[in-house]
Design a protein around this ligand. Sequence first.
Ligand SMILES: [Mg+2]
Length: 227
Amino acid sequence: MVKLDHIDAWIFDLDNTLYSGDADFFAQIDKKITSFISDFLSLPPTEARILQKQYLVKYGTSLSGLMAEHGMDPADYLDHVHDINLDVLIPDPDLAIGIENLPGRKFIFTNGSRGHAKRVGDHLGIYDLFDGVFAIEDIDYIPKPKRGPYEKFISAFDIDPKKSFMAEDSVRNLEAPKAMGMSTLLITSQLDWSHEPKAARPHDGKNVPHFVDMHTNDLTGWLLKLM
Ligand SMILES: [Mg+2]
């Protein structure tokens, strides 16, 4: 176990991190993205899906690729893809306890929208436990894993990265925070719910890269062990 006594800022990704990727919740968003691209670019769904995944790998999110290559307005896209049923997400009271007991400030830093973070966070009963939420609107739609969004985030909340911790399910999103001095926790999943290209697929915890300090497939259990 890496030493964490010095941490005073606890940063969490939202999707597939603050709830388990095994819940198959994000798959709904994934399908919504495909249907949006199919309509927006008048493509058959199979072609829309290929483009969606190419943009995800190249730009960090499919949204960022659509904005860069097609000049798309992000608002309609975000409304469409985040309009999903929350029922499959079961709130976990122990997760709330684990977050509440962390010593220091807590943040959500997501490539999703502010509205999505609020809706999911409220549903999980954890939203009000956070001192700040940084969403895709706050990083000018330029997503993690690019370095710029992290710089913007730590500056907005006056965070010292050397005293920070970041939890993420997307392994590539931990490279920049580690380089900045943060301690990193990868949330793993055995279930390849995403069918993403390799660079963006959920990590199974085998052969983690050097910028991953710790990994777990159970964030709640991991947090409770810190108490
Ligand atoms: Mg995520």
